[in-house]
Design a protein around this ligand. Structure first.
Ligand SMILES: Cc1ncc(COP(=O)(O)O)c(C=O)c1O
Length: 377
């Protein structure tokens, strides 16, 4: 079977698995606010889906996104999820021979988009105590070359859960400006951060802020997100977007309703996420040589280092699969460091995490020393 068929069959099995506990994709499983459900029900009842949405997105939604970020003067282009925004930005801004710089680990798909248009990809390692699991701006500065066209910064970082400080963002924005490079600031997990600074406030002319509704609002399956950037760039991006007939009207209605109730709904989700993190931290601390290198995490996920305990991430993932629990092996994110860790999502029902932690000591024992190859994606 071809590899994409295998990968698809794998995810199709997961999607159709009854009662699977989704602790592997940073999705948000908190029950939706009634206003979001009503917005979708209205859209369906009125059969609004016969129409196309406006090409750049519903004005109400565009305004809501810009206001949520607090970036007046910048413009939003609604997309079919942050990944589509990243695809569109990479295809518009990159060309053969230019360079795209990001961290290792990072979120991988934008590297694939960059390579697919002929750009070269450079990664700066940030995994490990020696780096503090974060990007030191000096190391970014040292990696820049005259060919650097795009800096791709996932902040908070997926999978690490570290967020850049205000000082780091200021330095990174400065470096990008000096290099005249585009700064793609992927803020998919911003809402979960303890503190977060938007590079667009410091370098508005060439920062592209990537926004997602998959994580904070829990709409991953509805595919809605946005690019927020200077109106001149949005004008350019709007010339040939993949969704020039608009993004899903159902998804946009849900997202617009979600932004309106964010202040009353999201704080509880954040509280749940952080309480779940703590449960995992306590369980990890109770097992010899297992480690949570970043705590607290500024994402809705945590990294657990298994290498010190002699446990391969794949073996642990396979053990959890037997219990209908999905967690993610590090290799999904990085070939260089992927043998050291697994990633576990925390914006999920507390019972899922309780089950995860209750199984942890036993499954670590079972996985220890098991290096049999397991096909994972
Ligand atoms: C850093 C990062 N960017 C973008 C995405 C994709 O977001 P969306 O579901 O909005 O396409 C993800 C999904 O996990 C992600 O981790």
């Amino acid at each position: 079977m071809r590899s994409f068929e295998q990968r698809n069959a794998h995810f199709d099995r997961l999607v159709n698995a009854k009662g699977l506990r989704w602790l592997g994709q940073n999705t948000n499983h908190a029950p939706v606010h009634p206003a979001v459900a009503e917005a979708m029900q209205r859209c369906i009842a009125e059969e609004e889906f016969h129409i196309y949405g406006p090409p750049a997105g519903l004005e109400e939604l565009r305004e809501g996104i810009v206001a949520d970020l607090g970036l007046p003067g910048l413009s939003a282009l609604v997309s079919d999820g942050a990944v589509a925004s990243l695809y569109h930005a990479c295809h518009t801004l990159l060309a053969p021979g230019v360079e795209f710089i990001t961290t290792d680990p990072t979120w991988n798909w934008p590297m694939a988009f960059a390579r697919s248009v002929g750009a070269t990809v450079k990664q700066i390692p940030i995994y490990g105590e020696e780096y503090g699991y974060r990007l030191a701006p000096e190391r970014l500065a040292a990696a820049i070359t005259p060919k650097t066209k795009v800096i791709y910064l996932v902040d908070p970082n997926n999978p690490l859960g570290t967020a850049c400080t205000r000082e780091e963002i200021a330095a990174i924005a400065d470096i990008a400006r000096k290099a005249d490079a585009w700064l793609i600031h992927d803020c998919t997990y911003r809402h979960f951060a303890y503190d977060h600074t938007l590079a667009a406030t410091l370098y508005p002319e060439k920062t592209i802020t990537i926004y997602s509704f998959s994580k904070w609002l829990g709409l991953a399956g509805l595919r809605v997100g946005a690019i927020v950037a200077h109106p001149d760039l949005v004008e350019r991006l709007a010339v040939a977007p993949p969704n020039n007939l608009g993004s899903s009207i159902l998804s946009q209605r849900a997202a617009a309703a979600g932004i309106k109730v964010k202040a009353q709904w999201f704080p509880q989700v954040l509280e749940l996420t952080r309480a779940n993190q703590k449960l995992i931290k306590d369980a990890v601390d109770g097992i010899d040589n297992l480690k949570m290198p970043v705590f607290p995490s500024s994402g809705n996920f945590v990294v657990i280092e298994t290498a010190g305990a002699g446990v391969s991430p794949e073996a642990l993932v396979a053990e959890y699969q037997k219990h209908n629990i999905m967690i993610r092996q590090g290799a999904y994110h990085t070939p260089s460091f992927g043998d050291r860790f697994v990633k576990v999502s925390t914006s999920v029902p507390a019972e899922w995490v309780e089950e995860f932690v209750a199984l942890l000591p036993d499954l670590v024992e079972r996985a220890r020393g098991n290096n049999e190859p397991v096909k994972l994606f």
